[in-house]
Write a protein that binds this ligand. Structure first.
Ligand SMILES: *Cc1c(COP(=O)(O)O)cnc(C)c1O
Length: 358
């Protein structure tokens, strides 16, 4: 066995809702710990799936290249179809990138706190993980320290934008200046899992950088704003040469047809996406106003979650949980990450919070 495997902690997945409900004795559990979409999924997805299953082709392998989905994504993004690596969630793409790029002894640079899959997959391939703390007051990336952390051993730098768990958004211009200072044999991956939720700028995506630099790749997922977490579809847009190398190690039939059909339907319903984004932004404003009023330290969020600190975070998480609201703990002592719930649940949770801090 690889020595490193003995030292790793597995990703702790969300406990199934039914198990939490019976443990707590609550009828309704609202999971606000995994940044899932509280507004559900486009109804078009259901229609597409129902119509697909009548084909009765379960005995045949799926389209290994996800051709219709690939074609639509390439059109949507104005990239070549060969630039796309589509995976069983972004989680799989993150694993494939590390498998492709990392030799034992290479380094990977991340801003912390970060999405845990970056470090985990790097470690599995024998990388040294270099962690650069984000600014404590604001949660923003420290780009100049990130540049300093990169040297000739660095194969990969992760920019998660907006960042999970801080929720903070970095301007494309700042990312561009950062990439200009990174050697071209170091890949900068911009994980835009939450970019659809950004409402403060007209064009939040760093898509343009893909054409400007040979060492930039951009990641997207259907799990969050499109509300498709269960179907597991994520993808990376990369330079063709890199995408081709990754394709060689991709499992031949990674995406089943249900996932492909669901993602196509989700992509087609941009109205559902727009509604999710505007409802999330409205609720995000209400939460941030309350945090301001209660003098709770939080990071200004451009995502569908907010990271904040209260003196007894576990106590608050327990009180919310006993009312059926599960939030994410354990990412930093006394900080919680709250997936922004729909309005009615938000009202109840805010009332509980007011009482708790009174
Ligand atoms: C949720 C998430 C992903 C992974 O999403 P998948 O469901 O695997 O597509 C990737 N990056 C970040 C930052 C995330 O929060």
């Amino acid at each position: 066995m690889k020595e490193i495997i003995r030292t790793l902690q597995p990703y702790v997945p969300e406990e199934p809702a039914q198990a939490v409900k019976s443990r707590l004795g609550v009828d309704r559990l609202v999971r606000l710990s995994a940044n899932e979409n509280p507004y559900g999924t486009s109804p078009e997805v259901r229609e597409a799936i129902l119509s697909y299953v009548t084909h009765n082709d379960a005995n045949y392998y799926p389209d290994g290249n996800a051709t219709p989905l690939r074609t639509k994504l390439a059109e949507y993004w104005q990239v070549k179809p060969e630039q796309l690596v589509i995976g069983v969630g972004l989680d799989e793409v993150i694993a494939m990138v590390n498998k492709t790029l990392i030799n034992a002894g290479d380094s990977v640079v991340v801003s912390t706190p970060a999405f845990s899959e970056y470090a985990l997959n790097g470690l599995v391939e024998g990388a040294e993980i270099r962690e650069v703390p984000a600014d404590f007051e604001t949660g923003h990336y420290d780009f100049s320290s990130l540049v300093k952390a990169v040297d000739h051993t660095t194969r990969l730098v992760w920019i998660c934008n907006p960042n999970n768990p801080t929720g903070t958004y970095e301007a494309v211009e700042d990312i561009r200046r950062f990439v200009e200072n990174i050697p071209t044999d170091t890949l900068v991956i911009i994980d835009e899992a939450y970019i659809d939720f950004v409402t403060s700028v007209a064009v939040p995506t760093a898509r343009a950088l893909l054409d400007e630099f040979p060492n930039v790749a951009i990641m997207r997922t259907f799990s969050k704003a499109y509300g498709l977490a269960n179907y597991r579809v994520g993808y990376m847009m990369a330079p063709v040469e890199l995408a081709n190398y990754i394709q060689t190690i991709r499992l031949p039939y990674n995406l089943n047809t249900l996932s492909q059909v669901a993602a196509e339907a989700a992509l087609a319903d941009q109205e559902f996406l727009a509604r999710t984004v505007s409802q999330n932004a409205a609720e995000r404003d209400i939460w941030e106003s309350l945090f301001d009023e209660l003098r709770i330290h939080y990071y200004k969020s451009e995502a569908n979650f907010i990271f904040f600190t209260v003196p007894d975070a576990d106590g608050l998480a327990d009180v919310w949980l006993s009312a059926g609201y599960q939030v994410r703990r354990g990412q930093r002592p006394n900080w919680l990450r709250l997936t922004i719930p729909a309005a009615q649940d938000g009202d109840r949770m805010r009332a509980i919070l007011r009482e708790y801090v009174a």
